[in-house]
Structures are given as C-alpha cells and as structure tokens.
Design a protein around this ligand. Sequence first.
Ligand code: NAD
Length: 556
Amino acid sequence: MSGPRPVRAPRGSELSARGWPQEAALRMLQNNLDPEVAEHPDNLVVYGGTGKAARDWASFDAMVRTLRTLGDDETMLVQSGRPVGVMRTHEWAPRVLLANSNLVGDWANWEEFRRLDALGLTMYGQMTAGSWIYIGTQGILQGTYETFAAVAAKRFGGTLAGTITLTAGLGGMGGAQPLAVTMNGGVAVCVECDPSRIERRIGHGYLDVRAHSLDHALELATKARDERRPLSVGVLGNAAEVVPQLLDRGAPVDIVTDQTSAHDPLAYLPVGVDFDDMARYAADKPADFTRRARESMARHVEAMVGFMDAGAEVFDYGNSIRGEAQLHGYGRAFDFPGFVPAYIRPLFCEGKGPFRWAALSGDPKDIAATDRALLELFPASESPQNESLARWLRLAGERVHYQGLPARICWLGYGERDRAGERFNDMVASGELSAPLVLGRDHLDCGSVASPYRETEAMLDGSDAIADWPLLNAMVNASSGATWVSIHHGGGVGMGRSIHAGQVTVADGTALAGEKLRRVLTNDPGMGVVRHVDAGYERAEEIAAERDVRVPMREG
Ligand code: NAD
C-alpha cells in the first residue's frame, strides 16, 4: 500500500522519463505536491479547499510509473486524478489528457460529488491543482496585485497608500492578498481562523505581522495608514464574527473583500465551531455543517454590504460567497460586484490572463534570465502597459519567495505570449537556460472558463453560463500541440458553477517545441479575444482587427 510521503520534483537536466514532455508532466505533478507548494500534501490537497493533484496515493504512483515509460506517440488519460488508459497517438498530440470533477448537469452539486468522492470515483481538481501547474501563492499574486491596482486607480488616485483593506482567508490563493495590497502601498487587515496559515504566510514573506487581538490589529493598521506606510496584519478569528464586529465599531475600512474557501461550504468555518473541531464536524455532519456555514456566510456578506453602504469599495473575490449567502436567503448578496466585471474584463478582451512558467532545472537563475528576456522583448519605454509589466517583474524579482520549482506569473495578452514562448524556447536551445521550461496558465483566463459568478459574470450579451467556450479552448489547445490539456468542473466557485480548461506546453529547445508553442500560445489567448468579440465587447473587436484574429462572422 502506498501512502503519504514527502514529494519533491527532481531538479537539473537529467531525464528519468523518455523525453522532456513526459518529464515535464512528471515534475509538475510532483511539484504540485511538494510540501513547500501544497497546502495539505499528505491528503494530496494542493490549494483551494480540497483541490487535489491525484485521487489517491496509488493513483499518484501509477501516474509517476506511467509517465516514466510513456512514449513520444502515446497519451496518458487521467480521469479525476486517476490514470485510466494509455492510448497510441502521435508526436503533436498531448502526452496527457485530464478530465477532473466533471458531472452531468442535473447531478452537478456538492452532495452528489461527495457521494462519488467517498466511493473513490472522483476528485476535486480545482483549477491548477488537478492540472499540475500550481506554482504556489505567486500564481495569483499578479492578478491580485493588478486587481488592487485597478481599485486604487478607480477610487484612490492610483495608490492604496493611506487606505485600509479588510479581507479574510490566508490560504494558498488568499495568502497573496496582503502582499498585493502592500505592493500597492496600502495597509491590509487579514482575518484567518487557522493559526498555521498566518505563520505560513509570514514565513513565505507574504504577510508582515500577526496581531495578538483585533484591537491590536486596528491599532497597527491605523498607525501605518496615517504614516502612509504599507503594512499587512494577520489576525486570528472567524470572519463571520470579525467583519460584522468591525462594521459595528465603525472601523475605518476603505476596501473590503474576502478569500475564504466559501465555494465549498464544508471549507468555511461556521460561527460557534472551534477551528480544531472543523474537519471532524464537516466529515461527521456535512448537512448540518453546510447549513451553519451558509448562515455564517450570510452574516459575513451582510457586513460586507454594510461596509459598501458606508462608502467602502467592496467586491467578491471569486469564491462564491455571494452565492452561498443567497442560498441562505440573504437578499442583498449580489449588491456588490464580482472582481472580473469590476476590474478584469478589459484585460480579458485583449487576451490577457495569468500566463506563467516554471523552470524544470530548479535554478532561480533561469527565471531571472526569463525576466530579463521579457524586459527586452517588451521595453518599458514603449508603452504604459510595458512599463507596468516592468514594474511587476521588478517587484516580483524582489519580493516573491519561490515555492517549489522557481516560477514566474505574468499577465501577457494575444500576440505577446507566443513571442515570450518562442524566445524562451530559443534560450533553452542555446543553453542560456540550464534546462527546459513549462509554460502554462491558470484556468482563470480570458477564453478558458465559463463561470457566471466569476469570470463570465455579467457578460454583455448575457452569455454567462454558456460552457462551449472552455470546451473549444481545450480542443484547440490539444489540436495545437499543448503537452497536457485538462477540462475541469467546479473550480473556483464550486460544483455546478463553472467549467474550465487548462493547458501546459513544454519549451525543451527543439524546433518541434517551437512550432507547438507558437500555435498554442497564439490560439489559447486567441480564444479570449474571439469569446469577447462574440459577446460584443468593443475592445476585443479592436484587438481582433489590430492583431489579425480571424472572426468569421465579422468577415465577408
Ligand atoms: P484555501 O482553502 O487554501 O484557504 C482558505 C482559507 O480560508 C483557509 O486558510 C481557511 O482556514 C480560511 N477560512 C475558512 N473559513 C474561515 C472563516 N470563517 N474565517 C476566517 N478564515 C476562514 O483556499 P485558497 O486557495 O486560498 O482559495 C480561497 C478562495 O478563493 C477559494 O474559494 C477559491 O476558489 C477562490 N479563488 C479565487 C481566485 C481569484 O482569482 N480571485 C483564484 C483562486 C481561488
């Protein structure tokens, strides 16, 4: 019987598989479970509540074994974290195809998912957990940084200096919030019910200090705000109690959001339950727990609406907390917007999204070299966008602590990702990088997700729930040469609420990889442009016209 053990991807340029594409998949699966990367590696949980990289340890072992022997004309099929077949394909085909957590519409709810999960038949893949391209908290950092930069531009004269942001959840993704706020010059107060998560974020340099009480947190925050000094403060507590308390006290909060794992009511701590009892209670009495969690989320959201009424900038940060509060019967849950329609959609229209890459060498110098290459490819002097890219790369170079294999996140758009990919592949070929890279992205991308409470909330043409787009996205990536491609359900916002696709492509310095990268990294963001043209966004139409994206209904 195989069981929990520390997993770490090999470093360096020696292969244990038959080629770099297979080796890349192997190392990225292992990297997702590295204790530095995964939030709860013993349970194979990478991030986002219960988002897993493999269904069980036996499946993990079988995937490792299979990837080591997989040929260049073979494809491993993964059904919710378990390898179920190896098929003869061809060298342009993906080496791995994954489908995670997919359920037929009428059955697509947590109850049915949990029944099947308990039988060992499925697994929750979240987004990058089950598709092996999670790179730790950095993966969300730039998006969070850009979101807070957009808030600063909209309401606070371009900086968060002199403001206080209140949020909750310091998990794998939520842990990026404090650093994103301080990178924008502001003060963050972050409520978290698990003391080990507060310590982990401090250890990784994402959070500055832990307050010993709520009063202490407010004292630290207001002092830093008055001095216009960036500071992030973690405070232990239940957000469903602390956020209403802060509202009642009239705490001077300018911005409110939340990244607790609200998408999964069994991962949100209800009021009146001790954190130490949470896991057992959720396992023993899921229906009771869910009811209490939703009731607490309603209190939490009601307080967020209270802050909004008092003049604060309030937004949902992609965890479905509004939907859960509404299920409990709170009528004003959707009074504040989600972050995509509020700040991110114009970027999606340009094919921009959370593009990322990881150095299979394990050498941080390789990432530093890719950072320099990007600054040369997109000179800061050429446009304000390039200038903000340069600012991001400088801040990331200074502030980001790598978890597992060194990696970089960088929001690039249509016509940019392919240039970066080709340059990186040339750098591998010339020996400028010491081993290949993998290039992938979050599923939270411009053309890869249907999620009416998040990425596709309030689409111009009302097409929020149309899920053809992520399926087309996966098919076009598989047809364009991606190394692995995945289709998931329920990521980000929970069961029944999203369908999304991922891709990862290896840059191993070969001419073949160059050809594949050119196609994948054009077509993948191209899906974002055509999806938004189809929905009637003018900015997407401009981009399509400027950059020659073919849209048949606009031709002829
Ligand atoms: P996670 O499970 O790693 O962390 C969630 C944290 O919330 C945990 O540390 C938990 O202790 C804490 N928590 C739970 N209930 C609480 C309560 N009542 N009060 C205070 N703290 C509480 O999850 P994550 O990866 O950080 O993701 C958080 C949420 O954000 C998820 O719903 C996820 O789907 C969503 N998400 C959003 C984006 C985005 O771009 N906005 C991206 C990825 C994930």
